[in-house]
Write a protein that binds this ligand. Structure first.
Ligand code: GSH
Length: 223
């Protein structure tokens, strides 16, 4: 039996979406984050040494890392679905690009936004707080937000011309992009980005996404 080790409020949501899109039989093992921090519980280290989610087990196989899980599921169960047609070269270039861009380029900036926003909210001695707040708001203002703005403009331009990331059909590139796209909504003001907002509505209206919401709840983004 295929099992997904699903951490609440995490990238694991995208794998649930992939499993639903493929119509696979699977079970969900739920994990909660430790109270007050964003860390996964130690039990996840019994599944994979890094103790992160998502991770799936399929019989004897353990597959970690969202992109690798998606590629595994498509290769084993996809039968060509949720990938561009074999002769659609531009589609394949876009597909690969966005599949890797999600974790390789966009998530690091979103993670920095989360970490530096959290610093100012954490309990600490009163005399340290102004220094910590000063440093984190400087990093946010001079590095993180300008970078995020560049990403937002870039994604907006792409989505003005394409319904889905790799063309007119929903592919696994959209599955991999779903988490950072909804994290963008949680961590940025999207009022100047109508194509991104429309895309986020489109993805959440997908029937397979709706099934995930029924089984595991809506995706909550740590902010
Ligand atoms: N690049 C990895 C990232 C995995 C990851 O960092 N997952 C987070 C949840 S979104 C996690 O498990 N965090 C808890 C922790 O680090 O303890 C992937 O895409 O699978």
């Amino acid at each position: 039996m295929l099992t997904i080790h699903h951490l609440e409020k995490s990238r694991s949501h995208r794998i649930l979406w992939m499993l639903e899109l493929l119509g696979l039989d699977y079970q969900i093992k739920f994990y909660q984050r430790a109270p007050g921090v964003l860390l996964a519980p130690p039990e996840l280290k019994q599944i994979h040494p890094l103790g992160k989610s998502p991770v799936i087990t399929d019989g004897e196989l353990v597959v970690a890392e969202s992109g690798a899980i998606i590629e595994y599921l498509l290769q084993r169960y996809g039968e060509g679905r949720f990938q561009p047609a074999a002769d659609d070269l531009q589609g394949w270039v876009d597909y690969r690009y966005w599949l890797h861009y999600a974790e390789g380029s966009l998530m690091p900036v979103l993670l920095m936004k989360l970490v530096f926003t959290q610093i100012a909210k954490r309990p600490m001695p009163f005399f340290v707080k102004p220094v910590a707040k000063g440093i984190s708001s400087k990093v946010l203002e001079t590095f993180v937000q300008p970078n995020l703005d560049t990403h937002l403009g870039f994604i907006e331009q792409h989505l003005k011309q394409h319904q889905w990331f790799a063309g007119d059909q929903l592919t696994a590139a959209d599955v991999q992009m779903s988490f950072p796209m909804l994290a963008l909504a949680g961590r940025s003001d999207l009022s100047a980005y109508p194509a991104i907002q429309a895309y986020n509505q489109r993805l959440q209206a997908d029937p397979a996404w709706q099934k995930v919401v029924t089984k595991a709840g809506p995706l909550q983004i740590p902010a």
